[in-house]
Design a protein around this ligand. Structure first.
Ligand code: PGA
Length: 250
């Protein structure tokens, strides 16, 4: 079912002490009366603490990444089973920083998608074009290919566990946002692409988030667009004041 979601990707920020205090602040500021689904994604080492701290809260916890294998000799990696074992059943896959700095390809991501689905996890699947792609008027093709190569092998029934996050790379952490019109244009294209491959019902029900410099002062306008169902927030999710303001904007 199509939902309203505001998710905070903390990236490599917040040690244990800071994680605990941010979670306490969020619990008191966001409360349980929010109609949207609120998700936070702290770093791996603090996931367990976060999932315990949020046990009785409506705020959910997600991991920022995971490995495609269940276990084995993969030094430094984390599996779906390990996440589920600490009550984390949502994972962000394909973030542009994972793609750019850690060499994650569409092919690898398709395996991670399979692993997450196999373990009945929910996925926030990220994709988006670079500045050059947009300048070359190639952004729709790039996005379509990222979706096709990373995701389109799944069964129709798997879409209930998939949330999409369109994040133009040129807008991530740069202070530059896609205009609400640019976001809407791309989100409508994404929905149409999904409809073409999986049918209108799947397309109507998939939640599509926008990410890239969403702040309290622009969230409302972006979220008001028809095909924008919420946001994936980086920088502004590290502060309880701004993240709760964005959550309220939905
Ligand atoms: P930003 O990051 O809000 O800091 O631009 C968004 C993201 O990386 O998901």
């Amino acid at each position: 079912m199509r939902k309203k979601i505001v998710a905070g990707n903390w990236k490599m920020n917040k040690n244990l002490v800071d994680t605990k205090s941010l979670l306490e602040e969020l619990k008191s500021k966001i409360g349980d009366d929010t109609t949207a689904e609120i998700i936070v994604a702290p770093t791996f080492v603090n996931l367990s603490t976060a999932s315990e701290s949020l046990q009785t809260s409506k705020i959910k916890v997600a991991a920022q990444n995971m490995h495609q294998e269940d276990s084995g000799a993969y030094t430094g990696e984390i599996s779906a089973d390990m996440l589920k074992n600490i009550d984390v059943d949502t994972v962000i896959l394909g973030h542009s920083e994972r793609r750019a700095y850690f060499g994650e390809t569409d092919e690898l991501l398709s395996k991670k998608v399979n692993a997450a689905l196999k373990h009945e996890m929910s996925i926030i699947f990220c994709f988006g074009e670079e500045l050059q792609d947009r300048r070359n008027d190639n952004h729709f093709t790039v996005v379509e290919n990222q979706l096709k190569n990373g995701l389109f092998h799944v069964d129709t029934s798997s879409w209930k566990n998939i949330v999409l996050a369109y994040e133009p790379v040129w807008a991530i952490g740069t202070g530059e946002t896609a205009s609400p019109e640019q976001a809407q244009e791309m989100h409508a294209f994404i929905r149409k692409t999904i409809a073409g491959a999986f049918g209108q019902d799947v397309a109507d029900n998939v939640t599509i988030l926008y990410g890239g410099s969403v702040k309290p002062n622009n969230a409302k306008e972006i979220f008001s667009k028809e095909d924008v169902d919420g946001g994936l927030i980086g920088g502004a999710s590290l502060d309880s004041e701004s993240f709760s303001a964005i959550a309220a904007a939905i």
